[in-house]
Design a protein around this ligand. Structure first.
Ligand code: NAP
Length: 278
């Protein structure tokens, strides 16, 4: 039985992904931030899929200590990891620093996944062939590469911060894929589409909530459709030897110019290592 670890599987695209894979008989470990919600989600998925191998780990991914603890608990409790899906993500309207002093969008969407992936890498390599899937976004095209102000202290805009964090997901994918090219471990990232989830309704004020409801209501696809590219990257034999690429609608497509700059990827890797002390 193949083991999947998926972050942010208590709602939206991640929950549909976990539910679908549960029905295909994978062992699923979901990461959620709220203990009761995550436990309830495990029970729901177990009942719906008739698969008893659904488990959870609980932690707030904006807190890097929680990401470290989650990775440590996974390493202690599970033998293998064939599929790591870094899916959790958030949009923060106002600039916030985490308890550890990091810009919160970057901490949640990138740094916590940097920690989890790196701390689980030995297990992933041992379980090869294995796949790492990073859920990025088309918003990465709006990302600005500004390593001198990575915490956005000079100028903060909600969608720049989000775009930056999603650009980091692509740069991380490219660098890690290169690093793992001889290990039978692929690393790819994706845009799920504009998906009618609640992502724009958390950590935002009324105006953004109204904008997101209208925009995703008109342009958005269902959560089931939004999970398709992730599921394709998890299960399709077509991509078993493809690594370091960006996908949209189950197809490899070009990512932004800056996301293909290997110097930027290397700098981000070094900065992430320093910030996370990994
Ligand atoms: N929806 C879109 O149009 C869209 C477009 C492009 C990319 N994406 C990406 O798709 C991924 C999934 O987003 P979604 O649209 O499915 O959003 P969602 O419905 O809000 O789900 C996000 C998931 O991440 C979890 N999460 C958020 N902050 C967390 C934290 N600090 N610690 C632990 N878990 C946390 C949420 O937990 P709770 O259930 O507790 O809130 C939830 O399970 C994200 O990476 C997002 O950037 C979405």
């Amino acid at each position: 039985m193949k083991t999947v670890l998926i972050t942010g599987a208590t709602a939206g695209i991640g929950k549909v992904t976990a539910r679908t894979l549960a029905k295909q008989n994978y062992r699923i470990v979901i990461v959620g931030r709220n203990k009761e919600k995550t436990a309830q989600c495990v029970e729901e998925i177990k009942t719906e899929s008739a698969n008893p191998h659904i488990h959870c780990l609980v932690g707030d991914l904006s807190v890097l200590d929680d990401a470290r603890r989650i990775a440590k608990e996974f390493n202690e409790q599970y033998e293998d990891l064939h599929l790591l899906i870094n899916n959790a993500g958030g949009v923060y309207e106002k600039r916030q620093l985490t308890v550890e002093g990091f810009e919160k969008t970057m901490a949640t969407n990138h740094l916590s996944h940097f920690i989890i992936t790196n701390m689980l890498l030995d297990k992933i390599k041992k379980s090869a062939p294995a796949r790492i899937i990073n859920v990025s976004s088309g918003s990465h095209f709006n990302g600005r590469w500004n390593p001198d102000d990575i915490h956005m202290s000079k100028r903060y805009r909600t969608m720049w911060a989000y775009g930056n964090s999603k650009l980091y997901n692509v740069l991380f994918t490219k660098y890690l894929a290169e690093h793992l090219k001889n290990d039978k471990v692929t690393v790819n990232c994706l845009h799920p589409g504009v998906v009618r989830t609640n992502i724009g309704n958390k950590n935002t004020g009324l105006l953004i909530k109204i904008f997101w409801k209208t925009f995703s209501g008109i342009r958005g696809i269902s959560e089931e459709a939004g999970a398709k590219t992730t599921l394709y990257l998890v299960t399709s034999p077509e991509v078993e030897n493809i690594t370091g690429k960006y996908f949209d609608k189950c197809k490899e497509v070009p990512s932004s110019k800056i996301s293909n700059d290997f110097n930027a990827a290397e700098t981000l890797w070094k900065m992430s290592k320093e910030m996370t002390k990994i």
